[in-house]
Ligand binder design. Structure first.
Ligand SMILES: [Zn+2]
Length: 360
C-alpha cells in the first residue's frame, strides 16, 4: 500500500488536467484485468457486477489535486499564478513547483523575498498568491515562451514522497491519492466476490468545484454512495479541540460535514450506513474513528440529492495531517484498514437493508 500511494503521489493531476493520473490508475486496472471506461469529464469508471437483488453501490474518490495555472509571464521571465482549489496562501512562498507545458515538465519555485531585505513588519505578513511569482530560471518572456510555457498551463507542488518513521509517509496530494490507492486495492479485493453491484469511480475536479463526479454518478445511478477521502487528524497541538481523530488510529466515518464558508452544503450520513459500518468494523475487529465538524465538503454533498429517491450517502476516510499543504502526512496502515472495512461493509449488504427513511 505504501508503494502504491507513493507511486500515485508522484504523478501530476491538477483539477481539470487528470489525464496522466487517470492513465496511471487505468494501468493498474489493466494489470488486474478490470475493464474501465471514461466519460467526457475524464471520470474513470469500473463496474463489478453483483447480485441485482441488492442495492447497488458507488464507491468513489477524487484523483485531481489542487494547485495553480499560469496567469501571466512577465517580461522578466518570472511567472504569475492563478489559484485552482483551496491553496493555503501562508504556506506557498519558497515551495518547489512543477509546471507542465506542451513541451514537458519544468521545475520552478515560488519565490520568497530575500530574508536580508525583509522589513520587520513584513516578516509576519502572509503574501497573497497574486503577489507571488514563480522563478523557473528564465531570463525573459521569450525564453519562457520557447520552453513551451503558456497561459493556462497547470502548476502543482513539486511531487515528492518522504518515508517517515513508523511507516508513515509525507508527500504531495495524499489528498486524495491515498484514496485512489485504496480504491484500486478495493477493486482488486472485490474481483470475483459475491455482493452488490459495485461501481468504482476515480473522479475529477473535486478540488475545483466538488461536482466532477456527477456525470459518473448519474450514469451508474447507485442506491448507496461512499466517498473515500481524508479525515482531519486532530492529534497535533494546533488541532486538538477539533476532534478525536488520530493518525494511525485506523479508518473512520464522517457523522457531519458542512462547508461553512459560503456553500450551504454538507453530508449528514444515512443512519443505515452508519450502522452498517459500525457493525462491519466490530465484526472485522477494526477501530472506527468518528469525525464531525464544519469546514470540509465533498462531492457526496451533491450526490445525495440525485434521482427521485435520493442516494444513501456516507463519507469514509483515513486520518491525514496538514491538508492542502505541499506535504501532507498519512499512515498507510490506516488506508489498508479502510479497504478491509469497506470490503466488510459491502459483504454485509443484504436484501433486508432498508434505505427508505420512514416515519419513526
Ligand atoms: Zn480530497
Amino acid at each position: 500500500m505504501r508503494e502504491l500511494i507513493k507511486e500515485l503521489m508522484l504523478v501530476p493531476g491538477l483539477a481539470g488536467h487528470e489525464g496522466r493520473i487517470a492513465g496511471a490508475i487505468a494501468a493498474h486496472l489493466d494489470r488486474l484485468g478490470i475493464a474501465h471506461r471514461s466519460d467526457r469529464l475524464g471520470n474513470l469508471v469500473a463496474t463489478i457486477e453483483g447480485d441485482p437483488a441488492l442495492p447497488s453501490v458507488l464507491v468513489f474518490t477524487h484523483m485531481d489535486q489542487l494547485g495553480f495555472v499560469v496567469r501571466k509571464v512577465e517580461e522578466s521571465g518570472l511567472i504569475r499564478l492563478e489559484r485552482v482549489g483551496g491553496v493555503p496562501e501562508r504556506a506557498l512562498a519558497a515551495q518547489a513547483v512543477l509546471i507542465s507545458t506542451r513541451k514537458g515538465d519544468l521545475p520552478g519555485l515560488i519565490a520568497n523575498k530575500s530574508h536580508h531585505a525583509t522589513a520587520p513588519d513584513e516578516k509576519y505578513r502572509v503574501v497573497p498568491y497574486a503577489e507571488l511569482y514563480v522563478d523557473a530560471g528564465f531570463a525573459s518572456k521569450a525564453e519562457a515562451d520557447a520552453a513551451g510555457v503558456r497561459i493556462g498551463d497547470p502548476v502543482i507542488y513539486l511531487p515528492r514522497a518522504l518515508d517517515l518513521a513508523n511507516g508513515r509517509i509525507a508527500g504531495t496530494s495524499v489528498d486524495d491519492r491515498a484514496g485512489c490507492a485504496a480504491l484500486i486495492a478495493l477493486a482488486e479485493a472485490r474481483k470475483g466476490r459475491r455482493g452488490p453491484t459495485t461501481h468504482f469511480v476515480w473522479s475529477v475536479q473535486e478540488e475545483y468545484n466538488l461536482r466532477g463526479v456527477l456525470p459518473a454518478a448519474t450514469a451508474t445511478a447507485p442506491a448507496i454512495a461512499l466517498q473515500i477521502d481524508l479525515l482531519l487528524a486532530c492529534d497535533t497541538p494546533d488541532m486538538t479541540n477539533r476532534g478525536d481523530v488520530k493518525l494511525g488510529g485506523g479508518p473512520g466515518i464522517s457523522l457531519y460535514s458542512f462547508h461553512g464558508r459560503g456553500t450551504l452544503n454538507g453530508v449528514i450520513p444515512h443512519p443505515a450506513l452508519v450502522n452498517l459500518f459500525e457493525e462491519a468494523a466490530e465484526g472485522a475487529g477494526l477501530p472506527l474513528q468518528r469525525s464531525a465538524h464544519t469546514g470540509a465538503l465533498t462531492d457526496l454533498s451533491y450526490i445525495q440529492f440525485m434521482g427521485t429517491e435520493g442516494v444513501a450517502c456516507l463519507d469514509v476516510g483515513f486520518p491525514m495531517r496538514y491538508s492542502h499543504s505541499a506535504l501532507e502526512v498519512v499512515d498507510p496502515a490506516d488506508v489498508e484498514a479502510l479497504v478491509t472495512l469497506i470490503g466488510a461493509a459491502l459483504d454485509r449488504i443484504g436484501p433486508e437493508l432498508d434505505l427508505v427513511r420512514r416515519p419513526g
